[in-house]
Design a protein around this ligand. Sequence first.
Ligand code: ARG
Length: 461
Amino acid sequence: MTGARSGRFAGERAPAFVALNSSLALDWRLWPEDVEGSVAHARTLRGAGVLSGAELRAVEDSLAAVAREIEAGAFVPSDADEDVHMAVERRLTEIAGEAGAKLHTGRSRNDQVVTDVRLHLRRVLERQDAALDALQHVLLMRASEHVETVMPAYTHLQRAQVTSLAQHLLAYFWMVERDRGRMAAARDACLELPLGAGAAVGLNHDLDRAAIAEDLGFERLCENSLDAVASRDFVVDYLAAAAQLGGHFSRLGAELVLWATSEFGFVLLPDAFSGGSSIMPQKKNPDAAELMRAAAPRLTADLGGLLGVLHGLPLAYNTDLREDKRYLFDAVDCLDQILPVALGLLEGASFDEARMAAACDSFLAATDVADYLVGKGVPFREAHHVTGTLVRRCLETGTDLADAGLEDLLALSPAFAEDYFELHEPAAQLARKRSHGGSAPVRVREQLERAGAALAARPCC
Ligand code: ARG
């Protein structure tokens, strides 16, 4: 008998409790890691003399058979199986008999589950990091096409100064670069092996934890058995990284939604990533970008949910910890859906350079005008005031900053001269933004190189 209640209990569990207590809907996806971890554990049981060679072979063969049954959809867990671990062990014991019944020696579901989750999360991180790598490549490629494509930069969503589309896209490149750093830290936290901690205090058996670690690709052992079974900060690390990534994607999604409006018209989103309206035949809706935006609150809630579960929880294992998978897998699924959509949107977006250039109105040069006066020896605060006055007059007369007459300019400040009229071309404005990390094409080309080098230096985890 493989149940967790065994001889201690009289009578059956109440159906309402069975329903609440079943973890299967939450943890079934862990079965491959549960099988893998069980094989590694069985090998150390052999090393400790708990299993004979024949029993180890029986356990290995039977676990492989369980895996095949699950893969083929032939194995359906029963109500009696509280979680994936008990389901796998029950079926193993049905197939292997007594050898299977020995497998749980020196192991608790408390150290087992947290081992399985680490193994699983390592795989998730490999997959999602590869997707982020691809996304960065697309951002780099799209940016390199638009080093000279001028557009307004916004502050307070008001037109501010000239920048380039490359500069704008590269901002997201660096956000994702840092996100990948945080994902890599989460992966590192998954390289510590909890198995061997037992239920809470360690084992009565002399199992070779280092051998299990090596077998399962862990780099270190958890140093404290209570910490090993009670902590979920490696999951928090992942969820925190995911929440930040979600925040970044929400900003990108929001910008794509805005840019795709008729009012902005900066981008045409690919039809393959757009929806229609059930009543208005002309509509093309940026659903994919909207859902990218909406992933952020979901990911933030997943992080908040797990932090809430962990808050004030006495050591060591508590069933509350079962809920870690609810939040973890929700975030994993959310990112698995969002990542390819972000990639497709960026690959397929068709940017309207003319609309972006047309949005660069003459007032974007106002800071350049003030700095021009600074170059003539005018203190910046005074230059700011003079230029502000000039802007107000232009707005009152409905003229452009570039069209002011020299006489009017001189009336505002004697520092103005003929070269004022060379300031205004958007390309010239762009070229002046030449501080390190600035929007000038010469700087953006350097930035592209540094971005490419950062990408090449970051191995997918
Ligand atoms: N299914 C549980 C989880 O996901 C593991 C079982 C822990 N042990 C226990 N006695 N309830 O965390």
